[in-house]
Design a protein around this ligand. Structure first.
Ligand code: ATP
Ligand code: MG
Length: 232
């Protein structure tokens, strides 16, 4: 149960020189650890998160999640691996508009029917998670009938439904007002601690980053320890 990232590089081809976005990211994290990643716009934070989330592939370097290099798996095995091991929270919730709150939380369990034993308890776990994020009285609502903060809390519950090893959040509070952002940030950290996931949050919010014991900054395509200036 760990995350090991070694010398991860990502470049995008262009008509001229390739655009080198990640130039050697190395990182080791254990269950229960949490990291906030900051850095300027365009520095490669989302690129890193997408690769760790196996939604994109690296140009070189390795990623091991629970000892497995996901990029050696074929497409179907990778989809199952991602679904089982990784919870992703995006800036813009990505909920399915036609599904209720409860159904949205359960979507990742439908995609992996092989894990039937765990899935038998999925609905009760979904209800517990929704209670935990304060949405017990909204389970039959559709996303359009929720506030922005409520939608983001559904996204948090959904990311945890399969008990992921790795919980990744890309600016999860970027679209929320300050007070709501604080609530969602707190929930994320509490649930991460309770579930002992590995949590990586990309954020532009100094307020959110300050809540994390470990903070790093993306500079020149590498993760660097963040000087405390301006943060704590
Ligand atoms: N598919 C792509 N092809 C070419 N270049 C890309 C592609 N995706 C991203 N980039 C470039 O890679 C760089 C890093 O993008 P990324 O989205 O990771 O930045 P970011 O740190 O998340 O920024 P922000 O804080 O604005 O979200 C940017 O300069 C972007 O233009
Ligand atoms: Mg980004």
């Amino acid at each position: 149960m760990s995350l090991q990232v070694d010398q991860l590089c990502k470049e995008y081809p262009t008509r001229g020189e390739p655009l080198r976005v990640l130039t050697g990211v190395s990182l080791v994290m254990q269950p229960g650890e949490a990291l906030a990643v900051m850095g300027p716009s365009g520095s490669g934070k989302s690129t890193l998160l997408h690769i760790l989330g196996t939604l994109d592939t690296p140009s070189s370097g390795t990623v091991l999640i629970d000892g497995q290099n996901p990029f050696t798996l074929d497409e179907n095995a990778l989809a199952d691996f991602r679904n089982e091991k990784i919870g992703f929270i995006f800036q813009d919730h990505h909920l399915l508009p036609q599904c209720t709150v409860l159904e949205n939380v359960l979507v990742p369990t439908i995609v992996t029917p092989a894990r039937s034993k765990k899935n038998a308890d999925a609905e009760s776990w979904a209800r517990q998670l929704l209670e935990r994020v304060g949405l017990s009285n909204r389970i039959d609502h559709r996303p359009a009938e929720l506030s922005g903060g409520e939608r983001q809390r559904v996204a948090v519950a959904r990311a945890l439904i399969n008990h992921p090893t790795l919980l990744l959040a890309d600016e999860p509070t970027g679209n929320l007002d300050r007070k709501t952002a604080k609530t969602v940030g707190q929930l994320l950290r509490e649930l991460h601690a309770q579930e002992q996931t590995i949590l990586i949050v990309v954020t532009h919010s100094i307020e959110l980053a300050r809540e994390f014991p470990k903070r790093m900054e993306m500079i020149d395509g590498k993760l660097q320890p963040m000087s405390d200036g301006g943060v704590s």
